[in-house]
Design a protein around this ligand. Structure first.
Ligand code: ATP
Ligand code: MG
Length: 191
């Protein structure tokens, strides 16, 4: 039996006082909700006075989406990738170089930062396209403080990352207003 019946308790129940156990969380898949699920966790963590840092690997020039505005009000740092980069960049060498540079910042924070939770938004692509070796990411995650939570979002999560993660959710596309009806992105829902 590969899938556990939710009614059955897990084989290994950890008893005793609630211990902080840092998790590696991956939100992947074709459906919408990967980044917003990470933002939802940030919102919850903020309510617990956690120290939070979010790195973004895709930046739309000058983006001031709802989440950027909210983060500013809540004093949560969101650090975009380089300057003036767009995902539609024709200069893929530059795109790759910026992603590698951003990963260096993430690595430093994961290994030496005092954050309780770090989000690497749209980071899976850097691994998928081979700009950042997955083995280096896994090694970095395994070397972090054991109370630090790390969330990685984006499609095409590599298997090696999935194997190392504690919590992996695949967003499944069932319907999307743009695909089904050509309805464009809605303010407050998508940006
Ligand atoms: P969100 O940020 O809303 O949680 P996401 O992180 O899961 O979305 P991304 O792959 O980062 O999704 O895509 C960003 C944007 O593209 C979102 O505004 C989303 O609505 C849109 N999008 C996601 N899936 C689709 C799809 N299948 N067709 C068209 N647009 C999509
Ligand atoms: Mg996203």
């Amino acid at each position: 039996m590969s899938e556990r019946d939710p009614a059955t308790p897990p084989a290994k129940v950890v008893k005793g006082p609630r211990v902080r156990h840092g998790l590696v969380i991956v939100n992947t898949g074709e459906g919408k909700g990967k980044t917003t699920a990470a933002l939802g966790v940030i919102f919850r963590a903020w309510g617990r006075d956690f120290k939070i840092r979010m790195f973004q690997f895709i930046k739309h020039t000058g983006a001031r989406f709802g989440e950027h505005r909210a983060a500013k009000k809540l004093d949560i740092p969101i650090e975009p990738l380089g300057d003036g980069f767009t995902w539609l960049s024709k200069d893929m060498d530059r795109t790759a170089a910026l992603a590698v540079e951003q990963w260096d910042h993430c690595k430093e924070a994961i290994l030496n930062g005092d954050e309780d939770i770090i989000v690497l938004d749209e980071f899976t692509y850097a691994m998928h396209y081979g700009w950042v070796p997955v083995s280096e990411v896994v090694e970095t995650l395994q070397s972090r403080r054991d109370t630090m939570h790390v969330i990685i979002t984006g499609r095409y999560a590599p298997q090696e990352l999935i194997d190392c993660a504690d919590l992996v959710t695949e967003m499944k596309l069932i319907k999307h207003p743009y695909q089904d009806k050509g309805i464009k992105a809605q303010r407050g829902i998508e940006f």
